[in-house]
Design a protein around this ligand. Sequence first.
Ligand SMILES: *[C@@H]1O[C@H](CO)[C@@H](O)[C@H](O)[C@H]1NC(C)=O
Ligand SMILES: *[C@@H]1O[C@H](CO)[C@@H](O)[C@H](O)[C@H]1NC(C)=O
Ligand SMILES: *[C@@H]1O[C@H](CO)[C@@H](O)[C@H](O)[C@H]1NC(C)=O
Ligand SMILES: *[C@@H]1O[C@H](CO)[C@@H](O)[C@H](O)[C@H]1NC(C)=O
Length: 269
Amino acid sequence: MRQQRYLSVLFIIIFFSATLIKAQEVEDEREFDYGEKSEKGPKMWGKLKKEWEACNNGEMQSPIDMSHERVRIIQKPDKRHYKLCNATVKNRGHDISLQWHGDAGSVLINGTNYPLQQAHWHSPSEHTVNGRRFDMEMHMVHFNENATNKIVVIGVLYKIGKPDRFLSKLIRNISSMIDKKDEVKNAGMIDPREIKIGSRKYYRYMGSLTVPPCTEGVIWTIKKKVRTVSRAQVKMLREAVHDYAERNGRPLQPKHKRPIYLMAPDDTA
Ligand SMILES: *[C@@H]1O[C@H](CO)[C@@H](O)[C@H](O)[C@H]1NC(C)=O
Ligand SMILES: *[C@@H]1O[C@H](CO)[C@@H](O)[C@H](O)[C@H]1NC(C)=O
Ligand SMILES: *[C@@H]1O[C@H](CO)[C@@H](O)[C@H](O)[C@H]1NC(C)=O
Ligand SMILES: *[C@@H]1O[C@H](CO)[C@@H](O)[C@H](O)[C@H]1NC(C)=O
């Protein structure tokens, strides 16, 4: 009798701990991934959730190839005013992101100010230039809730070469969160001005976020100058994210006749 009761208690414990483990697994499950043939891969994103429909139905999706651009000479280039600000590094599972908390400054585009919120990395690059894909792409995401087009992303392309100084600074923080989805680490005060962005020439077009919900109306700035990152740094970023996102570049999307401008500042002004 006693033994039986003992056994049923034991059974209940085993049963509940098994369902608990299962529940955790479900929670940890990827929401989307990058597998070409996966049922949660880029071709399926728009079907996974109602709020993600734009990923499949949108007509202004990103990334696209930067070719056949029209050159536009501009007198008032975008102005960046970044500031030293407290930041955290987060492993989002599908990428590593650096989030600023407080005023990290902003970019001024055609009279509208867009505060900087976060930066993250994709490898290989998402945007291509004349069909060429690069080894990495960093996105600096800016947001102004009052603007018509609320999101501005500045993209920087990298090819393998010398290490990127900015990533080198974050190496300890990033390598301490390998495979730890949702882990957040305090990175201390990080100055966005230390991100080497490069030349004043850039491509400009209207697109979307490159991950679900694929929100459109994003003002894209892709810097023309290609910078360098070391093989070890790309490897570190890939190891830190989950296996399903080691290669976290979304494939190219239809252009739908959208104009792409190469903005060249008027140096004689
Ligand atoms: C930065 O953020 C961390 C974590 O939120 C906090 O503990 C720390 O006090 C902040 N530092 C400054 C200088 O604001
Ligand atoms: C800049 O803003 C003005 C006024 O809001 C608008 O008329 C113009 O089309 C904008 N220019 C660009 C390039 O977006
Ligand atoms: C948006 O408008 C609100 C209310 O006027 C203001 O407090 C806030 O700073 C504005 N946001 C930006 C990014 O300008
Ligand atoms: C993250 O980076 C900051 C600044 O380099 C450093 O002070 C902190 O100890 C790092 N944290 C971890 C967990 O590596």
